[in-house]
Design a protein around this ligand. Structure first.
Ligand code: ATP
Ligand code: MG
Length: 576
């Protein structure tokens, strides 16, 4: 009975109060989320809340299939689909806390699946569907997957050979009406399931999402996020992207990357926008046509895609009407100043860079709507986010002066911060010092509080006493009309310690030549000075990138030096 009296004196958990306590300024959280009598369910915030408030007929998801088919799914439809999905999970004996992994493209069932999983109180982990068998298997082992949602073809090719060796895996749900042996076809099960399933009330600190990092710097880590993260999804979507009810919003991220969940499913739905979802991959005319046809207002993309647009030239954009666009944002890699200026010219709006990580669960630093954009800067921390530039010294951390390069650090406490790296407690602990979370990125802050990305801590080049960030050199190179993309590394040098070496891909109409190489070095010398400019420029057809579109400089370096390539499970392009 002691337990009962203890329970009676425990105050009911208040999400708003907890959020305030965790960081001072989530001041409008009360209007952004509902809560379930002191408990949480992200699916409730994303769907049921809006349906209960009379918005069931608003389009939640306007979907285009690869084959050109179209489907409009309302908030009411998506709530029902996710409830059916939750019922399927329950019927197969799954419980709150169990884990579902998805390996699927941008199909409606993925959205219903993610939200159905959360509705059932289970933990959702998306993977890139293009992963090979090994990266899938390792991640499913680390994450103790209980359910896998995927297609028949992925299952046959990549999962079936080792499925029996993952004892935690109880159920494989296959998209469509037919399933290989030992799997369950989702189509008929969804059709037969009830569209009623009340969101399971969860504690704010219960795990809800696990996202694997992109593997740009090494072996990917599984970052654990909790139910309470939804407060930050709501808040940051509004603050950093300007998401408002009814806005037409298009996030182009792959569902396997954290952006595909935080800002490709949760933040937009919690903010009750109409999401444009295109199943197909990047295709210039298709993308421009989508913006025009759907009258996209808010567009969230990534530097790789933006550089592909630039490569095609302003002429390719000229036939399209972009007047619906009100806000463009970019994440994932540094956005070269050239891209900001170019996009403002071509779309009438610049891409606004913002910075965050899988670990932070949401946007931390941003060029927010209405802010003066400084091309090349990531912007300023969101309200309630305390960011600093620090340096590790003998007696702990020291804050750097304006314009001094140091490590970008954040004061933990915002709701969507990771709570663990799965099975890697030591690596998790190493990310904190003196009450700060250390991001592993180098940056500087100017006198006005704008943050400027310099490079990954691992990528910094030390040449004749200069500290050189690859981003600065890459940005200078892509200012040249011949250069589409650049990846810059430091290579050992007897006199200078390291010298800068650049790998570039070229725009259409340009061909590699010794003369162009000399010209690019000359151009960089003029912009950057001799100490910082690359000593050598190498032409490539492609640069090695992760599936989330990040240039893997460590791989350029390993190949340059003939060193082991390390974990390349997330590598997308592999042409040397
Ligand atoms: P891993 O941690 O496995 O090496 P990753 O860091 O690339 O991979 P993500 O969490 O997907 O995995 O990416 C976050 C990182 O991406 C940031 O730490 C930063 O280096 C880079 N990044 C994201 N947005 C920006 C931006 N706007 N400007 C510069 N860098 C960015
Ligand atoms: Mg990282």
């Amino acid at each position: 009975m002691a337990q009962d009296s203890e329970a009676a004196t425990t105050t009911v958990f208040d999400p708003v109060a907890a959020t305030r306590a965790s960081a001072d300024l989530w001041r409008d959280a009360r209007t952004l989320i509902d809560g379930l009598d002191g408990k949480f369910n992200i699916a409730h915030e994303a769907l049921d809340r809006h349906v209960n408030q009379g918005h069931g007929d608003q389009i939640a998801l306007r979907w285009s299939g690869k084959d050109g088919s179209q489907q409009d799914i309302t908030y009411g439809d998506l709530r029902d689909m996710s409830a059916r999905f939750a019922n399927v999970l329950a019927a197969h004996g799954l419980h709150p806390g169990d884990s579902l992994f998805s390996l699927a493209g941008r199909v409606p069932e993925l959205y219903a699946g993610a939200l159905g999983t959360l509705r059932a109180g289970m933990v959702f982990t998306p993977l890139f569907s293009a992963f090979g068998p090994d990266p899938i298997r390792t991640r499913m082992e680390i994450g103790q997957a209980n359910v896998l949602l995927t297609t028949a073809s992925i299952y046959r090719r990549k999962i079936a050979p080792w499925r029996d060796q993952i004892p935690s895996l109880k159920l494989v749900l296959i998209l469509g009406d037919d399933a290989p042996e030992g799997c369950v076809a989702l189509g008929p099960e969804l059709a037969a399931a009830s569209p009623d399933f009340a969101p399971v009330p969860m504690e704010s600190e219960d795990p809800a999402l696990i996202h694997f990092t992109s593997g740009t710097t090494g072996k990917p880590k599984g970052a654990v996020h909790v139910q309470n993260a939804v407060v930050y999804h709501a808040f940051s979507g509004r603050e950093a992207l300007g998401l408002t009810p009814g806005a037409v919003y298009w996030c182009t991220a792959d569902p396997g990357w954290v952006t595909g969940t935080s800002y490709g499913i949760l933040s937009p739905l919690v903010n009750r926008v109409t999401m444009i979802v295109d199943e197909a991959e990047f295709d210039l005319d298709r993308w421009y046509g989508t913006v025009e046809r759907e009258k996209v207002q808010i567009w969230y993309s990534a530097p790789t895609a933006i550089r592909m647009m630039m490569r095609a030239g302003a002429e390719a954009a000229a036939p399209y009407d972009f007047s619906s666009l009100t806000f463009l944002a970019s994440v994932g890699e540094p956005l070269n100043p050239e891209a900001v200026v170019w996009s403002a010219k071509v779309f009438g709006q610049p891409f606004h860079d913002n910075w965050w990580q899988t670990e932070t669960g949401g946007i931390m630093i941003a060029n927010r709507p209405g802010m003066e954009v400084r091309p090349g800067s990531m912007g300023k921390p969101l309200p309630g986010v305390e960011a600093a530039i620090v340096e590790k010294g003998e007696d702990g951390l020291r804050e750097c002066a304006p314009r001094e390069i140091g490590e970008l650090a954040l004061r933990p406490g915002w709701p969507s911060m990771m709570r663990a790296y799965l099975n890697e407690e030591a690596r998790y602990q190493k990310a904190f010092a003196d009450g700060w979370y250390l991001s592993g990125d180098l940056a500087l802050r100017d006198e006005d509080g704008y943050f400027w990305f310099v490079g990954r801590a691992d990528d910094l080049i030390k040449s004749s006493g200069h500290l050189i960030g690859p981003f600065e050199v890459e940005s200078a190179l892509i200012e040249h009309e011949a250069v589409a993309e650049a990846g810059v590394i430091g290579v050992p040098d007897e006199t200078a310690g390291e010298v800068v070496k650049a790998y570039v891909t070229l725009n259409p109409g340009f061909r590699p030549s010794d003369e162009l190489e000399r010209e690019l070095r000359g151009h960089a010398r003029k912009t950057l000075g001799a100490a910082v400019a690359p000593r050598e420029v190498v032409f490539r057809n492609t640069l090695p990138k992760t599936r989330s579109g990040k240039i893997m400089r460590r791989l350029l370096k390993a190949r340059e030096l003939g060193l082991p390539e390390g974990d390349i499970s997330t590598l997308e392009t592999d042409e040397t």
